[in-house]
Design a protein around this ligand. Structure first.
Ligand code: PEP
Ligand code: MN
Length: 341
């Protein structure tokens, strides 16, 4: 439910509505208050079936009461029309600026991470990715450097002045992600519907933004349900489209760009496209990245390696100099889209 106040309501009018809601059993922490220059909206999270809409409509400072039918209400544009914007320490704003996240699939060594970070930072990336805990199909293959990887990533953040993102696979690693102040915590495709893990992340006391990847064949409703679980504890949720396996094994995965457009039309969270895992094929990454931006994405997450052929993980989809060529193309599509909006 959204309660829209009259322009004349002022602070006192807002306080009256907030205290009426408290009397009806809705605490302040279940309210989102959106204030613009000429309006104030009070969004009520969670179950509102017991609230009497007519009572609120009858209050003198209330202009309109809207009920929202969307089951993922708090994520919907009916509830919050503007894009969610997530500000990072270096001033980059996910959801407003074009986010170009790049770096190796897995952190392998200081030399590999720093050489790759230098390459992506000079090319114009504004965030650095690097996996320290790798969910590998075969458990005997390289699993990532673990804590040592996060330590190197934190060093790279300082050296290259770029916020960093890394995948967290287990709630037991939350203290490590806090220790190294990882700027965005990635939930990988395999954990997209791991509800107890998502709930543990939602309970983190001082949370960082979370990038939630859509798992293989996870539906829009399942993704939104997973995002809402996180959102209840942490409004800084970013969605990521990274494709599905199909019968055609020429590609590792096929991006579903319908999802990008659908999510951006109906929901206010930022959406990032991963054309690396979304194709699995190096020569397709730039084209599909551009297509993702054209479909409405707020940014891209791209695997780049200073020596892709020697990568311990996902070399076949990793870019090198191609990333440099991709940046101006993605930027020009993003600004064309902004001009058209
Ligand atoms: C990754 O980003 O390195 C990764 C493992 O991706 P996904 O969870 O999409 O497979
Ligand atoms: Mn990878």
């Amino acid at each position: 439910m959204i309660i829209q106040l009259k322009a004349s309501a002022g602070k006192a009018g807002l306080e009256t509505v907030v205290s009426e809601l408290a009397q009806d059993g809705v605490p302040r922490k279940r309210l989102d208050i959106f204030s613009g220059d000429t309006y104030t909206m009070v969004g009520v999270q969670g179950d509102v079936s017991k609230l009497n809409q007519d009572k609120y409509q009858a209050l003198s400072m209330v202009k309109r009461v809207h009920r929202i039918s969307d089951p993922f209400k708090e994520l919907s544009r009916q509830y919050h029309a503007e894009d969610t914007v997530i500000s990072l320490d270096n001033g980059h704003q996910v959801g407003r600026d074009l986010s170009l996240i790049a770096g190796p699939c897995a952190i392998e060594s200081r030399e590999q991470l720093f050489k790759t970070a230098e390459l992506v930072s000079q090319a114009g990336a504004n965030l650095l990715r690097g996996g320290a805990f790798k969910p590998r199909t075969i458990h005997r293959s390289f699993q990532g450097l673990g804590e040592e990887g996060l330590k190197l990533l934190a060093e790279a953040r300082e050296k290259f002045a770029m916020p960093v993102i890394s995948e967290i696979m287990d709630a037991r690693d939350i203290p490590l992600f806090e220790k190294y102040q990882i700027d965005i915590w990635q939930v990988g495709a395999r954990n997209c519907l791991n509800y107890s893990f998502l709930d543990a992340l939602a309970e983190v006391e001082d949370p960082k933004p979370v990038l939630l990847k859509r798992g293989d064949h996870v539906s829009m409703n399942e993704l939104l349900g997973a995002a809402l679980r996180l959102y209840e504890g942490n409004h800084q949720v970013i969605l990521c489209e990274r494709g599905d396996k199909t019968a055609d094994r020429v590609y590792r995965n096929v991006l579903n760009l319908n999802n990008v457009s659908y999510l951006k039309h109906h929901y206010h969270l930022p959406v990032i496209v991963d054309p690396s895992h979304g194709t699995g094929v190096r020569e397709l990454v730039v084209d599909l990245g551009m297509a993702g931006v054209a479909a409405g994405a707020d940014g891209l997450i791209v695997e780049v390696h200073h020596q892709p052929d020697k990568a311990l993980c996902d070399g076949a989809q990793s870019l090198n100099s191609e990333f440099k060529a991709m940046v101006p193309l993605a930027k020009s599509i993003f600004s064309a889209r902004q001009r058209a909006a």
